[in-house]
Ligand binder design. Structure first.
Ligand code: ADP
Length: 348
C-alpha cells in the first residue's frame, strides 16, 4: 500500500489516529491526531511526539510482537484533564519495506470516567445517608435490650426516636426510587392534558396542615382561570410539593409561602407560550455560593438544618429532572435575610 492510500484511510478514521512503522517514525496521521498532538508530526520519531512511557511501551510492544496493545493517555490543555484509551493495532504489509506498522487510535473516555466517578460518589453518599439512621437504630435496639429494658419511660422515648429514624430511611428510599423513575423517563415527553390551576389548588390543600403546624400562611396567587398544559400530573404535583415543602421547612421564619402563577403568550425563556410557577418564601434565603449546586443530589446549603428537618437532599434533584423532562427551566433567586423564589417555567 502506498503512503498516499494509507494517509487517505487514516484521514477517514473518526478518531485521532496515526501510523508508526518499523523505522519508528510516524508515517500517517489525521487532523484529529494533529489537533491532539501538534502539527507536523508525520515523519518524526514517535517518541518525540508521544512522551508518556505507557504509550511508548504499548507501541513498541505492538511493533515487536505484531499484536494488539491497549493503554491510556492523559492530556491536559491547561484547563482540564482528558483521558484517552489508546489502541495499538498491528498492520501487516504496511510501512517501510512493508515490514509492518502499528495504527494508534485515541478514544476520549473522559465522559465515561466522569460517569463512573459519579456512580461511585453516589453509592458512597447513599451508604452514608442510610448508615447514619441505621447506626442510631442499632444503638437504641442495644439499649432497649439492656439498660432500658425495665424502664417504660425511656423505652417510649427511644421507640419514638427509632420511629423517626426509620421514617428518615423510608423517605430516603422513597426519594431514591422517585429519582430513579424520573431519570429513566427523562427522554420520554409527557403527553397528558392537564388543568394546572386545579392541580396547584389541590396540592396546596394537601400541604395546608403542614403549613399550619409550622405557623406558615400558604396562599395561591392566580389571576387567570383554568390553564391547560401538556405534562405528567403526578410528576408536576411532586415538583410543587417539593418546592412548597422546602418553602415551609426552610422559610417558616418568614411566616408565608406564596405560589404565584404567571402565564405568558410568549415567554422569553421558552420563546413561545409558557407558564411560570413561582414558590416564594420570606425565610432566611440561600447564600449565592450555593445556588449553582442546589439541584445536585445530596447537596445541602445547610446540612445541619436539612437533617434536623428530615431532608434527604434529593428533593431539588428530583424537581430538576422532572422539569427537564417537561422541557422546562428551573430558576432560583434568593437573597440572604429576605427569602427565596423558586421559578418553574413550563412550555404550554
Ligand atoms: P432537602 O431534602 O435537604 O431539603 P433539597 O434538594 O430539597 O434537599 O434542597 C437542597 C437544599 O437547598 C436544602 O438542604 C436547603 O439547604 C436548601 N433549600 C431548599 N429550599 C430552600 C428554601 N426555600 N430556603 C432556604 N434553603 C432552601
Amino acid at each position: 500500500m502506498t503512503e498516499d492510500v494509507l494517509q487517505e484511510i487514516v484521514l477517514a478514521i473518526p478518531l485521532p489516529a496515526l501510523v508508526v512503522d518499523q523505522t519508528e517514525r510516524i508515517i500517517a496521521a489525521n487532523t484529529d491526531a494533529t489537533s491532539l498532538l501538534g502539527q507536523k508530526i508525520v515523519g518524526r520519531h514517535f517518541a518525540t511526539i508521544l512522551r508518556q512511557p505507557q504509550v511508548l511501551d504499548a507501541i513498541e510492544q505492538a511493533l515487536t510482537s505484531k499484536s494488539a496493545k491497549k493503554t491510556r493517555h492523559l492530556s491536559n490543555d491547561g484547563a482540564q484533564d482528558t483521558a484517552y484509551e489508546v489502541e495499538c493495532r498491528y498492520l501487516n504489509g504496511v510501512g517501510a519495506a512493508s515490514g509492518g506498522a502499528v495504527m494508534v487510535t485515541f478514544q476520549d473516555t473522559t465522559h465515561l470516567e466522569h460517569a463512573s466517578q459519579m456512580r461511585r460518589d453516589f453509592v458512597a453518599n447513599v451508604s452514608h445517608e442510610l448508615r447514619t439512621p441505621l447506626t442510631a437504630l442499632m444503638g437504641f435496639i442495644e439499649t432497649l435490650r439492656g439498660p432500658a429494658r425495665e424502664d417504660p419511660a425511656a423505652r417510649d422515648r427511644f421507640l419514638k426516636i427509632m420511629a423517626d429514624e426509620a421514617n428518615r430511611m423510608n423517605r430516603l428510599v422513597g426519594d431514591l426510587l422517585s429519582l430513579n423513575r424520573v431519570e429513566s423517563e427523562e427522554r420520554v415527553r409527557p403527553k397528558q392534558q392537564l388543568e394546572l390551576t386545579g392541580l396547584l389548588q389541590s396540592t396546596i390543600n394537601s400541604l395546608r396542615p403542614l403549613a399550619e403546624d409550622a405557623g406558615v400562611v400558604l396562599s395561591l396567587d392566580v389571576t387567570n382561570g383554568p390553564l391547560s398544559i401538556t405534562g405528567d400530573g403526578d410528576q408536576l404535583r411532586q415538583v410543587l410539593t417539593n418546592l412548597i415543602e422546602n418553602g415551609i421547612k426552610y422559610g417558616a421564619s418568614g411566616g408565608s409561602v406564596t405560589v404565584r402563577v404567571l402565564p405568558a403568550d410568549r415567554d422569553p425563556a421558552m420563546r413561545g407560550p409558557a407558564v411560570r410557577i413561582q414558590v416564594i418564601d420570606k425565610g432566611p434565603g440561600i447564600d449565592a455560593v450555593h445556588l449553582p449546586r442546589l439541584t445536585e443530589r445530596f447537596y445541602r446549603a445547610d446540612s445541619h438544618r436539612s437533617r434536623q428537618l428530615g431532608g434527604t437532599g434529593l428533593g431539588l434533584a428530583i424537581v430538576k429532572h422532572i422539569v427537564n423532562r417537561h422541557r422546562g427551566r428551573l430558576r432560583v433567586e434568593s437573597e440572604l435575610g429576605k427569602g427565596s423564589v423558586f421559578t418553574v417555567i413550563l412550555p404550554r
